[in-house]
Ligand binder design. Structure first.
Ligand code: CMX
Length: 484
């Protein structure tokens, strides 16, 4: 009975659809077809989340596999070993885990091998007459967990200077890039091409034993860091027409040489800034996009050049390292619209207009931190010491007083406080490095220190291939259909 009654209605509903498909033209292009499918799949995902979202799937809820909440779940899920640094988020339940490992920790964000930024500023060796730590010392600390001597750091400076030259064909690759190609794309191209001379890739082809992987990885890691100033300097000179590249001075430290290659070697304050900049940007535990990409690609036994080239492509995203460029663009637009000394009311209105336009406030928020990033604080202190009257620095301070309340009122961001990128561009601009599309390259030079240190340890400890399990929406539907 039921079947008989239902058949005609089934036919009635099916028939118009058949007619429709015969009369309405089907999209010819793949993109047009995709544009039809996307809204349907969005609805499908909504329905799956509504029906199964609250059901447990391993340690997470189904809903958490899809939503924005994914980042916060992943940022709490213990998933990686990363020895160089660990983050204290500053609040929330993750802090309970952190406190069990660091019982006397105040809320301070990054710790490099257990040491806070003020601690490394006090303890790491400095250049003669300098007051900021030498990044060479930070690398030694990241690799060994020990504070190096002045002589150990000087030896590292000499070693890196000796390894600094880049192959001619890499110079040619850079020289042939159009100046309109973003500096980060050029940077990643050049770093990837360094794999031509990888000691690890060669040793692997020659049949090296697993237990010896760390040796050639160490050589590649050292070469990688050593060659970055020449790559960065060449990009800067080419793109911004800044003239001939000087050669590396083997008697000078890494930051001094990098500053000189960029054309700022005669400014001791800029050199000091670079020492601080590289140190605080070097590492930020293992889950951030650039560090994790380096580790992930390295886990396939891709050599450090391939792994770090991939990491740079992640750093080049506006939600990650490119935010330092975005902050400056945003500040400049604000300045040109509101003038040099805008009122708090005008700045607030500008911030709200950014949010209302569906954009993020660059330099604010973080996937893990829940307080002001201590890397922001370190840069602010540098500015208070060296450039207290800089107009843009004052604007950055004014914004710091206004943005957190606005983000809290807007009610979305879990962390309304500034991150490292909110401050770095203002310092570079002050000394004349005002080509903001170059800023992320400096972040990229720095982040190599942390990724390289971890790659050495990953190969020394036999870190496994990373291969998380993924599921399709169809599989989720099938798995959870009819389950409470
Ligand atoms: N301005 C406006 N909205 C923000 C925001 C900000 N600064 N920070 C977070 N939000 C929004 C998110 O876009 C998200 O909105 P939807 O739900 O509509 O998608 C919501 O608040 C929740 O996000 P969250 O859980 O607080 O933050 P995430 O962990 O997802 O993302 C980050 C973290 C850094 C990408 C984000 O805070 C952001 O986009 N900040 C601005 C870009 C930036 O400064 N990035 C640099 C970070 C440091 C670095 O890696 O270099």
């Amino acid at each position: 009975m039921f079947l008989r009654a239902s058949r005609p209605s089934l036919l009635r509903t099916a028939f118009p659809a058949v007619r429709l498909s015969s009369t309405v033209a089907k999209p010819v292009s793949l993109k047009d077809r995709l544009a039809e499918l996307i809204p349907k799949e969005i609805e499908n995902v909504k329905a799956v989340r509504a029906e199964h979202g609250k059901k447990a799937f391993g340690p997470v809820l189904v809903d958490q596999l899809y939503g924005q909440v994914l980042t916060s779940v992943l940022s709490r899920l213990p998933a990686l070993i990363w020895d160089g640094s660990v983050l204290d988020p500053g609040s929330s339940f993750t802090r309970l885990f952190f406190l069990s490992a660091h019982p006397r920790s105040p809320e301070e964000g990054i710790r490099f091998r257990g040491k806070t930024i003020p601690e490394i500023q006090a303890e790491l060796p400095k250049a003669p007459g300098g007051s900021e730590p030498l990044p060479e010392g930070l690398f030694w600390l990241l690799v060994t967990g020990e504070i190096p001597t002045q002589e150990q750091v000087a030896e590292l400076s000499r070693d890196w200077a000796a390894r600094a030259a880049i192959p001619e064909f890499v110079e040619e690759i850079l020289d042939r890039c159009p100046p309109t190609l973003h500096p980060m794309s050029q940077f990643s191209l050049a770093v990837t091409a360094l794999n031509h001379n990888s000691a690890f890739a060669k040793a692997y082809q020659d049949g090296i034993s697993k237990k010896d992987y760390w040796g050639p990885t160490f050589e590649d890691a050292m070469d990688l860091i050593a060659k970055l100033p020449n790559i960065a300097g060449r990009i800067y000179r080419n793109v911004f027409a800044k003239g001939k590249l000087p050669s590396i001075d083997a008697s000078k430290d890494y930051s001094h040489n990098l500053a000189a290659l960029l054309g700022f070697g005669d400014d001791p304050a800029f050199v000091e800034l670079l020492r601080l900049y590289i140190t605080i940007h070097s590492d930020h535990e293992g889950g951030n996009v650039s560090a994790h990409t380096g580790k992930l690609v390295g886990s396939a036994l891709s050599d450090p050049f391939l792994a770090y080239g991939a990491a740079l492509n992640g750093l080049a995203g506006p939600l990650h390292g490119l935010a330092n460029q975005e902050v400056l663009i945003w500040l400049r637009k604000m300045q040109s619209k509101l003038g040099d000394d805008p009122s708090d009311e005008a700045v607030k209105e500008y911030i709200w207009s950014t949010l209302k336009a569906g954009q993020v406030v660059p330099g604010y928020g973080h996937a893990v931190l829940r307080k002001t990033d201590p890397r922001y604080t370190a840069q602010r202190e540098f500015a208070l010491k060296h450039l207290p009257d800089d107009k843009m620095f004052k604007l950055v301070g004014q914004i710091y007083n206004l943005v957190p309340d606005i983000l809290l009122e807007a009610g979305k961001a879990k962390n309304p406080w500034p991150n490292v990128d909110a401050h770095s561009g203002v310092l570079l601009t002050h000394y004349g490095l005002d080509q903001m599309s170059f800023y992320t390259v400096l972040f990229g030079v720095s982040r190599a220190f942390g990724v390289a240190a971890q790659l050495i340890w990953d190969r020394a400890l036999g870190a496994p291939l990373e291969r998380p399990k993924s599921y399709s929406t169809a599989a989720i539907q099938k798995m959870f259909a009819g389950k409470p």
